[in-house]
Ligand binder design. Structure first.
Ligand SMILES: [Fe+2]
Ligand SMILES: [Fe+2]
Length: 269
C-alpha cells in the first residue's frame, strides 16, 4: 500500500515535528496511518452509478440480456455443442447445455437442502436461473414459463418471483440487498415500477416465502470452489418434475420451442 508522504509528514507537524519524535513514536504513527488508509480503502469500495452502467451499453458488441449459451461470458469463439439424446430429460440438459448456470443452481439447491427447505423450494432453487442460458432479461418470468408445464404452481411461483424479491431486503430472514446488484445495476439504481408492483403483490401473497427462500439460498451460492453434482436431487426431480416421455422439446407443449432453442442455439432461424 502506498501512502501520501507529504500528507503523512504534515499530519505529524512537518519535518520538524518528525525530528522531535523518537523512533518508536514514528513507527506507531506510520502504522496508525496505514491502518486508517486501509480502512477507508475497504469502506469506500466504489460501485458504478446507474448512469455509468448505462454508458457501458455502447462499449459492447452484444446486449447484456443475451443468454450465456448465445453469448458466453468467457468471450472468444463458441464451441460446437455435443448432440442431445433423442428424448432429452432435465438431467440431459444439465449435463449437456446448462454449462454456465448449472454449478450456481446446484450450489443454491444444495444450500436450500442443508437449510432444511421443502422439496419444492429445493427444486425451485435447482431450476431458478437456468433459463439464463438463453435469456437473462426478466429471467424469473422466462424461467417460470420454461418449467410451468412440468412443475407445481408453487414451484413456478417461486421461480417467477425470486427475480423481483432479490431487490428488496427482508431482515426477518436475514436477506440483504446484494452487493452484486450495486455492481451490476449501479449503486443508485431504482428498480422499474413493474418490479416494485410485483414485489408489493408477492409480499402480501400467501406463498411469499417460496420465492423469498429461493432468494435467500441464492445469495450465498456463488462459491467457485464448491462443485455439487445433480445426484443428490434426482429423487426430488423424480417426485416433483413431470418429465415428458417424448423428451423436453419434443412434447408439443406451449414451451417446447424454448427447450429446442436451448438444445439448438446454433440454428439461425
Ligand atoms: Fe435469479
Ligand atoms: Fe441465482
Amino acid at each position: 500500500m502506498e501512502i501520501d508522504r507529504k500528507a503523512f509528514l504534515d499530519s505529524l507537524g512537518g519535518a520538524d515535528g518528525v525530528k522531535r519524535m523518537d523512533a518508536e513514536a514514528r513507527a506507531d504513527a506510520l502504522e496508525n496511518r496505514m491502518m486508517s488508509e486501509l480502512n477507508s480503502a475497504v469502506t469506500a469500495k466504489k460501485y458504478p452509478t446507474a448512469a455509468e452502467v448505462e454508458a457501458q451499453i455502447e462499449t459492447r458488441p452484444y446486449r447484456a440480456g443475451a443468454g450465456f449459451l448465445i453469448v458466453p461470458r468467457a468471450g472468444g469463439n463458441v464451441k460446437k455443442l455435443p448432440p442431445m439424446p433423442a428424448n432429452p430429460t432435465l438431467q440431459d440438459y444439465f449435463r449437456l447445455r446448462f454449462n454456465d448456470t448449472a454449478n450456481h443452481v446446484l450450489q443454491s439447491a444444495n444450500l436450500a437442502m442443508k437449510n432444511g427447505m421443502s422439496e419444492e423450494i429445493v427444486l425451485a432453487c435447482l431450476l431458478h436461473d437456468v433459463v439464463q442460458e438463453i435469456m437473462r432479461t426478466d429471467h424469473g418470468w422466462w424461467g417460470a414459463q420454461l418449467f410451468e408445464p412440468y412443475v407445481s404452481e408453487k414451484v413456478a411461483f417461486a421461480i417467477r418471483y425470486h427475480q423481483a424479491l432479490r431487490y428488496y431486503a427482508d431482515p426477518s430472514v436475514g436477506y440483504e440487498y446484494p452487493d452484486l446488484y450495486r455492481e451490476l445495476f449501479g449503486a443508485d439504481y431504482v428498480p422499474p415500477p413493474y418490479i416494485e408492483a410485483t414485489y408489493q403483490m408477492v409480499r402480501k401473497h400467501k406463498w411469499y416465502m417460496e420465492p423469498r427462500m429461493v432468494a435467500v439460498n441464492d445469495l450465498y451460492a456463488f462459491d467457485p470452489n464448491v462443485v455439487v453434482t445433480i445426484e443428490p436431487f434426482l429423487d426430488i426431480i423424480g417426485r416433483h418434475f413431470k418429465q415428458p416421455k417424448e423428451g423436453l422439446g419434443n412434447d408439443g407443449s406451449p414451451v417446447a420451442h424454448m427447450w429446442r432453442t436451448i438444445s439448438r442455439p446454433d440454428q439461425p432461424l
